[in-house]
Each structure stands twice: as structure tokens, then as C-alpha cells.
Design a protein. Sequence first.
Lengths: 549, 338
Amino acid sequence: MNRFAALLDRLAYEPRRNGKIRLIADYLRRTPDPERGWALAALTGALSFRNAKPGLIRELIGARTDPVLFALSYDFVGDLSETVALMWPTPEQAANGPAPPLSAVVHAFATLGRSEMPAVLTGLLDRLDETGRWALLKLITGSLRIGVSARLAKTAVAALGTLEPDAIELVWPGLAPPYEPLFAWAEGHGPRPETEDPAPFRPVMLAHAIELPDFAALDPAAFRAEWKWDGIRVQAVRAGGVTRLYSRTGEDIAAAFPDLAEALAFEGAVDGELLVLRAGRVQSFNVLQQRLNRKGVTPKLLAEFPAHIRAYDLLADGTEDLRDLGFEARRGRLERLVGAHRGARLDLSPLVPFVTWDELASARADPAAHGAGADAEAVEGVMLKRADSLYLPGRPKGPWWKWKRDPHLVDAVLMYAQRGHGKRSSYYSDYTFGVWTEEGELVPVGKAYFGFTDAELLEIDRFVRRHTVNRFGPVREVAHAPDQGLVLEVAFEGLARSTRHRSGLAMRFPRIARLRWDKPPREADRLATLEAMLQDPLDASPPPQGHAR
Amino acid sequence: MRPEELLLPTPQGLYSPAGDFFVDPMRPVARALVTHGHSDHARPGHGAVLATRETLDIMAIRYGEGFAGTTQAAAYGERIEIGGVAVSFHPAGHILGSAQIALEWRGCRIVISGDYKPGADPTCTPFEPVPCDVFISEATFGLPVFRHPDPAAEMAKLMGSLALFPERAHLVGAYALGKAQRVIALARAAGHDAPIYLHGAAERLTAYYAGAGIALGEVRPVREAKPADLAGRLIICPPGALADVWSRKFPDPVTAFASGWMRVRARARQNGVELPLVISDHADWPGLHAAIRATGAGELWVTHGEADALVHWALLEGLQARPLHLVGYGEEEVEAPT
């Protein structure tokens, strides 16, 4: 446990990607099985402990510290595990024995019942130092937040020998901790691990966001374009009577979409977008969100929000792996498979014809007039895929690009600020902003907590601390008058009516695009401007919470 | 009498109606008493300034000789009458020349701590508790998560890294006034006797410390050295320079930052710091408690920092306490002026 804690501690402070890979690889090389396997599981997010809930940790610290001081500390530090690690009162007498190995900790927390958990956790916290406490709490609550992605950890495994990180990605879905066969293979003394799952997840291929200068180097004839659908990326796999609907991270979400899973009849692995269709028309993400937010799957829900796959790639046809074919060849096989499919739950995402980039730009600007028709509301841009691109795991630069529609922009006035969590913790980084009503009052229209640079964060933080006019617990009200305050240029993807917000509007995916120190608040936008932007005036659904995909 | 007749918070800073002067005012005023030389407390442009000799010297270095209309130096412990108020300066242990200011009038004594820390620091006179009725404290690190470790142990981490990576330059971010010189002194105490290199921002202040008799060993301006020769060397720079292009000319630099904020991981990561050194010139949570109790004050006012938590603690202790929410203090550490 101590070595693992030391690794996490060093990783948390190592800013360089290569430095992180070296630290992890060193640890994996010098740590025996199965210890290193459990560490890899923790780093890749493969562990979860049902009975170790943040609520339990709050209870333990609550019994040992003043609740007000804990709340203020947590608000400042912005991370529960770290706050508790720093505040935990060290026992008068040194606790007995060294910290147990990581494997024992993992085993204990995986098997302990809810009633035994508090005593065991307390005993461990008393025995560990600050770093150890922090690492333990991070481990059992499952949110390491140390800037290490699963991909990076796998890259470190590859660095143990001569494998490519992509090779690890391809076998990964069939593996389970503590990964002994994987280490043996990576170190060159074992065979490639094979999966026994008939319907395995295949790591998805992702696109880079394209910037205008990128186009100069790209030949339009080498690319195919599709609509970028505003739904959920899904990989539908059917084999040997098993149907799986994988999210893009490999989680099987079929149980939430039984209507869709039952309606699929192909054999193979289809990559596509999960959407809600009504009367053949794709609904906005806002509608899909309403199905996602429900806990139970009721017949009413299935009838009102029928799920559907719009397919754009084929990774396996029957048992044949197509990932080594080019996009165009896979597309031909996909068209045949979808054409032969019975039922209305699977259709084909059409190609968007274009010859020059200007033509594609026109299609992106007005999808309805370029083939998307009534579905245009669910189009959030276009995808560009090289005709010869192989299906590669991860986000390789070059073969696939996404070109999203330009966001809406509005100038709003900062009204309230709160300290953030995680990366932004201890600074005022959660902002509530508003626009002017006809009566000349500011009404809040949204909240944003990213989009600014680190330097801008410091500027806003200082502004907040210097211009606080009121305190409501952790929330600070900042000066916001016609001639005093800070104007934020806010970018957002869409707008819907909302009964939860005083303004009656809810923004989708709002973020700070620019700080307008130059602009007096009186010149910020008006509510009427926003109301004119409403996509779907009849849709009075609850607001989307901003989804990251 | 009410203490507010002797001292009260105003938008310009703490003001004494009885003596007609301000303490650490943020805007130019006719008469100012200044606790220490950090730019959030010591501003230029006042009519008259009363401060310790060192604080006046530091202000002159930073703002030029004409930083105030007139100046008067106060020695620690000396009693000076201003408009019937008895004023005296007492060591605060924060940086060289830093002082707490005691005001006494009609039997009421108020002590304004300025920024302070109990505990040893070879670069300044140690903090002395001054008995009083009202104690005015800062609360920069006024949360129970702030428990500063032994600075020598933090310095040992830096020494360990120098031994482990002799091919890498070690850049230590430290505020130009106070922290930079303390880091140098701590490195010397840890046995580091090689020359230490200075970013231009800290040159004059470091020379002033050395001139005041503080042993700092050999320090050199980094601008006169060839970057390639700085492998395995200690370089002190303002924290803002760590993320600057400036820092990239050194051989594979290790970036360290000496600050109490390094106790919180996110702060270190936000600054891109690889080697956080929890070395602070402010009192930590237990230090605040000890200092407040040692004054015997029945009433606590908190100027800035995590005032809500410290006030909550004081109320639980049975003291009268309130936050002043003075705006503008605590900025030196954000801006790190040159």
C-alpha cells in the first residue's frame, strides 16, 4: 500500500506525459504479481467497491471533527479524500503494524460487509500517514483524479516490453485484474491473451476536432463525410445469441434499452449513434436525455422514447473482423448488413456528398437543406473520415475529424461564484451569470465552470474576492450593476425552455469563451435575445445537464 | 469605551479615529502605519509613513526613495504617541522587519498582527505575543487542513531531489521578498554550500537581507550564468516565472514551489509544480490558535484569508470574534510583484 501510495503521490505532481509513463512502468517493473495488477486495475478505473461510499467517509470524519470546520475545509480543498486525509486526527499512540499490501486492501474492501467497513477503514486511516490516507481514500472511492488516463496506464504496460499501446487496447476488454497473462505477454514470456467472450467490446475510434488551418493540408477527395449526430455513441454486438450495447467506454448498457436490444437481428459489431426516433424523425438530445434520466424502464417510457441506432461503421461481420479494412470497404459491408436487416430500429447514417471543402461548409451550416431534412435538429456538425482509414482504437490524429457547428455566443454578467472541485479546487471557478430583462434587472441564465485558461481563472478569482457584496454559505454574490461587474462571453450548444430556472431557459453545455473586461455590464445581452434563439419553443422539458461524450 | 473608537475597518483599511491614522491602508492616505513590506500592506503615495527601519528600506527599494512624503522609523518595543494613542511595534516573525502594531488608548489595547508566523526563521526576528484586549489576526491558512510540516524536512526533499537528479536544474518558486531569502537560508542550514542563483526579481532584496547581516552564502544573478552550467544548481525565481518561457532555457528543470499553499494538491498542480515544498511565512491552523491564546485577548477580529473558519473556532473557544472581510490583502502571493 505504501509503494502504491508513493506512486500515486508522484504521479499527481508529474506534469509530463512521458514522466508519468516512466513512473508507472518503473513501478510495474519493480512490483511483483499480483500487487502490480491491482495497481493497474486502480489506475485504469477497473475497481469499484460497492460498500465504500463517500457517505461513509463523511460519517467517519464527522465523528472526529467539527462539522462547520469540515465543511469549510472541504469547500476550500475541493476533494473529499484529500480533505479527510489532511484533517484526520492522528491517534495519540502509533497504531500497530505496517500498512497491508495493496492486494489485501483491495480484497478486504471487495468482500467486507457494510457493517464491518467503518472499523476496518478507521484502523487503516489511523495506521497510514497523510499520503497513505489520501491514496487509500482515492482508491476505495474510485476517483483517483491524478491526471492518469486508462490509456496512459496501458501505454506504461506496453513500455515494459516492445508492444504497441494499441495492441494492449485490443486485448484489454477480455482481461480482468490482476492481469497476470497480460504482464507475461508484455514482458515477452507469455502468449497473447485471448478473450473468451463471444460478443466482446472493441475499443472505439475517436476523432480530433478540426481547426480551420487543418483543411489546407487535407485533400477533400480522400475523405468521406457524415452527419455528426447528437446522441450517444454505441457499439451493438450480436454473436451466438448474445446481444450487447456497449457505451464508448465499454460499459454494457443493454439493460437500459431492452426495446432496442430485442429488435436487433444481425450478427456482428455495429458502431453507431443511439437516438430517439418518433415517427421516423430523430429527436433532439434534449428528448433522449429524458429517457436517460429515468431510473426504471417502464412500458410507457419505451413507448414514448423508442431507442434506435443510426449506424456508421461495421467492425465485425459475423465472426469476421473488419477493422483492418479501409473505411470505404467497411462502409460497403455495413450498407449490405443494414439493407438486409428487418425492423425499423436500425438504419444507416447517410454520407454527405461534397467535392470541395466549401461545399461541405455549406452542408454543415445548413444540414436541413443538404439532406438531413427534418433530422437536422439532431445534427451537431459533420464527421470527416478518410476513405482508407483503418478502424484504430483511441484517437489517432489524421484519419478522422469532427467539425462541430459553431456554438451560440452570448455576453452575460457574472452574478455569483463558488469554489470549484478537482482541478479547479480552492479557486472561485463555478460561475452563475445572467442577462438583462426588459425591466433592467439581471436574471440568471446559466452556470459555467470551464472554458477559461489557468491565468484567466486567477484573474476571475481575484475579481470575485475583491468584488464580493454578499455571502450565502459557500456562494459569493459579486458586484453586478450596469456600470460595475464582469462580462463573460458564454458559448453554448443549445437552449431549451425550463421550469427550473427563473429565466425560463436552460443552456446546453455552457462554457466561458472569453472575458470581456472591456465591456461594461450594461452592454451585456438581453433575455429577449436568448428567447429568440430557442430551438424548440414547444419543448418544455427539463434542462439537459451538459453531457460530455 | 468601544474598541471601534480606537480602531475600525474602512474601505481603505483599518483606521484609528482616536489617532487619525490608518494601518496598512490600500490607498494613499495622510498618515499610515505599515506592518511589513509586502505590496498588499505597504503601498506608495502616503503623506507620512511610520514603520520599522527595515520596512522603510524595503519600501524604498521597491518604490523608490520618494515613496512617501515623510517617514519615521519605529524600533521594536519603542513607544510613540500619535494624537494621544500610544503606538508600539513588535516582531511578527513574517519577514525581515515585519511587525505587529499595538495601539493603546484609554485603557484599551488592540494589537494588529499584520501577517505573522510563530516558529523559527533565521531571516527575521521571531514572533512575540503581545497581551491585548482585541487581537486582529490574519487567517491566510485558517483551516484545519493547514498544518505546516517542519521546514527542514521540506528542505530535505529538495536536497534529495538535487542528489537524485544532478543533471537537472532545480527551479524554486519563492516570493521575491522574504520567502526567497528564507529558502536560501534553509538550504544553507541543510548543508547546501554551492552558489545559489537568483532571478532578477529577487536580486536587490536578497542583497538587502545579506547587508542586514543574514548569512545567505554565495548568491549569483542567474542572468550572468550560462543555462547549460546550471545543471544540479538551485535557482530561486518568482512563482510566476515557473510557467514562463524563461524557465524553459534551463537543463530539464525540476520545478519546485515553496509555499503554504502546496499543502493542497490542486494548488500545486494548478501551478504545474513537480516538487511542492510546504514552507510558509504564515501561521498554520495550530499556530493561529497558539498565537491568539497567547495574547489573552477576549476579542478577535480577522482581517483576511479563511476568516469564517477562524471566527468559528474562536466563538467555540468562548471569545468574541468577527470577520472584517478586508479586501485586497493576501494578494502579494497571487501577484508576486518584482
